[in-house]
Design a binder for this molecule. Structure first.
Ligand code: HEC
Ligand code: HEC
Ligand code: HEC
Ligand code: HEC
Ligand code: HEC
Ligand code: HEC
Ligand code: HEC
Ligand code: HEC
Ligand code: HEC
Ligand code: HEC
Length: 313
């Protein structure tokens, strides 16, 4: 009497696992990679302790890392917990004695699919909300390119390597800037690429972070340049700090874009270009020595609360 029902439920199980494993390779959004849409039937799950019995190294790295904490969220259901919160329901895999095609393997997913799996829990973190439209994911750099759940040797954040080494690995072209005579001390460990950039994407160009007041990230640390000023210097508002500074590093004093200050200012304040960009320096500014050091008189280059020609701050 009982036998037929067992056969029926076993074939449903086989059918559903086939469905699950075959759909893993299609690059469709969410549907197959999001635990929300994953079966919630507790009978399909075995719990982390069962997995650990056969996968000792992964069990150990899981216990060392932060993800055991998912097991404390019992009310959410087994699809949000333990190994299976990431690898999907494991009963069929276990029953088959470890058939690798019956479990989610991240190495078989596209960067987008595997990232969506991580995001199913991590998108609630505001710093990750732009990841799906970030230049990193658009170029195939997913969560597991920078993070390793089981094999990280970096002390924090499960990283595959610590910045800036992690970043230089792909962004070799910016590396020399941080060895120039004037540079932000990233290599020295005093600040990080991630102070200015959000590797998870942002709503600004170049993955840049914003300051607390949604201004340029620079004013987070260089508070005195932030303004608002009664008399603003237009380029700070229009092009931002990079109108005059090279933010990674430069061979020029103060990381300026030009070796001489007058070259920098006259790029905009030349009477030839005047009509187009900015008022030309008055004609009495002959380029004799006296007028070359523009900032000796125009001391408040970043803006002033007292003087429209920036003589005082
Ligand atoms: C936070 C998500 C996450 C959790 C939780 C997790 N894993 Fe993984 N697992 C991964 C990812 C991602 C990979 C792919 C390799 C990598 O990036 O480290 C992986 C790889 C594996 C592999 C294959 C090893 C390889 O070299 O590819 C096994 C086996 C495994 N995990 C077992 C487990 C077990 C057992 C647990 C629970 C004790 C567990 N995982 C918990 C994400 C997770
Ligand atoms: C009865 C022992 C056993 C249990 C329990 C078990 N597995 Fe496995 N698992 C295996 C075997 C055997 C393989 C195949 C290894 C291979 O092909 O190299 C495997 C493969 C895997 C792989 C793919 C590894 C790869 O190299 O691609 C993952 C991921 C995985 N298991 C995760 C889990 C998770 C998560 C659980 C708990 C839900 C679990 N396993 C429970 C025995 C087990
Ligand atoms: C380009 C590399 C890179 C990618 C891709 C990446 N991360 Fe990160 N992630 C980092 C770095 C670097 C840190 C450390 C941030 C810091 O020092 O401020 C970090 C920190 C984190 C943290 C802890 C701190 C925080 O911001 O909450 C979490 C959680 C995290 N990442 C999850 C993810 C997830 C999920 C994905 C995919 C959606 C992802 N990361 C993709 C590099 C990356
Ligand atoms: C089932 C939910 C869930 C999934 C899926 C998940 N995480 Fe997590 N993750 C957590 C929880 C809970 C924590 C610990 C609390 C916290 O830091 O937010 C955490 C912490 C982290 C941290 C912070 C590590 C630290 O040292 O502070 C990183 C990095 C991270 N996860 C990366 C990933 C990556 C990469 C994936 C996909 C392979 C992933 N997570 C999938 C729930 C999840
Ligand atoms: C002081 C803040 C700051 C720090 C620290 C910083 N960046 Fe940048 N980065 C910027 C700004 C601002 C831009 C945009 C430049 C522009 O608009 O011309 C930028 C642009 C970039 C670009 C795109 C343009 C290009 O030059 O290729 C990359 C890639 C980049 N940064 C990577 C990094 C890496 C990697 C690190 C760490 C080694 C880092 N940045 C550290 C502020 C910073
Ligand atoms: C696995 C390679 C890889 C790693 C690791 C990596 N990136 Fe990227 N990054 C890319 C690719 C590819 C792009 C998109 C193409 C481009 O703009 O260079 C990109 C884009 C960027 C951009 C935007 C560039 C622009 O012109 O708008 C910034 C900024 C950036 N990455 C910073 C970082 C930082 C900071 C880290 C370290 C935490 C990092 N990246 C780690 C590959 C990587
Ligand atoms: C119109 C060109 C210009 C723009 C735009 C600009 N700066 Fe400057 N900045 C200068 C010049 C010129 C100096 C050198 C001043 C001197 O020698 O007295 C300087 C000096 C600095 C210094 C050195 C210390 C100081 O305050 O004199 C810092 C820090 C600085 N700028 C940060 C910023 C930040 C942050 C921004 C964007 C909010 C910015 N700058 C935008 C031209 C500019
Ligand atoms: C996390 C804090 C932080 C952020 C964000 C930051 N800086 Fe800096 N900046 C510093 C520190 C600290 C120094 C001191 C120089 C050093 O490290 O040797 C500095 C130095 C400078 C200098 C040279 C000052 C001098 O006296 O010559 C300039 C110019 C500058 N920063 C511009 C910028 C710009 C432009 C941005 C945004 C793209 C920016 N900074 C973002 C911390 C920051
Ligand atoms: C990227 C272009 C640019 C650079 C570089 C630049 N400026 Fe300006 N500057 C402007 C613009 C635009 C205005 C606003 C003109 C207006 O409001 O009509 C302005 C306004 C001024 C004014 C006020 C003029 C007035 O009549 O209100 C002074 C003084 C000035 N700049 C000095 C300097 C000095 C000194 C430097 C070099 C440290 C410099 N500027 C670099 C674009 C620039
Ligand atoms: C010795 C002091 C001194 C130096 C050095 C100096 N200026 Fe001036 N600048 C002045 C004075 C004085 C005025 C006139 C202010 C007024 O009309 O109220 C002026 C006015 C200006 C104006 C405003 C023009 C307008 O039509 O509103 C600009 C732009 C300007 N200077 C740019 C520069 C640049 C660029 C340099 C460097 C090449 C420079 N200044 C160097 C003293 C100086």
């Amino acid at each position: 009497m009982k036998k037929p029902t067992i056969i029926v439920s076993a074939s449903i199980l086989v059918a559903s696992t086939l469905l699950l494993s075959s759909s893993l390779f299609a690059d469709r959004p969410n549907k197959d990679t999001n635990p929300v849409l994953q079966p919630s039937d507790p009978a399909l799950y075995v719990g982390a302790e069962t997995c650990k019995a056969c996968h000792l190294p992964e069990g150990a790295s899981y216990d060392r890392g932060p993800h055991w904490q998912t097991e404390t969220a019992k009310h959410k259901g087994p699809q949000w917990q333990g190994c299976e919160g990431c690898h999907g329901p494991g009963k069929a895999h276990v029953d088959s004695g470890g058939d690798a095609s019956k479990i989610i393997r991240f190495t078989a997913l596209s960067p987008k699919q595997s990232s969506e799996r991580c995001l199913s829990c991590h998108e609630k973190n505001a710093s990750h909300e732009n990841f799906l439209r970030s230049p990193h994911l658009a170029n195939g750099v997913g969560c597991t390119t920078c993070h390793s759940v089981h094999a990280s040797t970096v002390r924090r954040n499960l990283l595959t390597a610590a910045p800036p080494g992690l970043c230089y690995g792909c962004h070799q072209s910016v590396e020399p800037d941080f060895s120039k005579p004037e540079h932000h001390r990233v290599n020295e460990g005093l600040m990080s690429c991630t102070d200015c950039h959000n590797p998870h994407g942002s709503s600004l160009p170049h993955n840049l972070r914003a300051s607390a007041s949604q201004g340029a990230v620079c004013s987070k640390c260089h508070v005195d340049t932030a303004g608002p000023f009664v008399f603003e210097h237009a380029p700070l508002k229009e092009q931002g700090c990079v109108a005059c500074h090279s933010p990674h590093g430069s061979t020029n004093p103060h990381m300026l874009n030009r070796p001489q200050v007058n070259q920098l200012c006259l790029e905009c304040h030349s009477s030839i270009l005047a009509a187009a960009i900015a008022p030309g320096a008055p004609t009495f500014h002959n380029q004799g020595v006296k007028y070359q050091q523009c900032v000796l008189c125009h001391v408040a280059t970043h803006g002033s609360n007292t003087d429209p020609t920036f003589f005082k701050r």
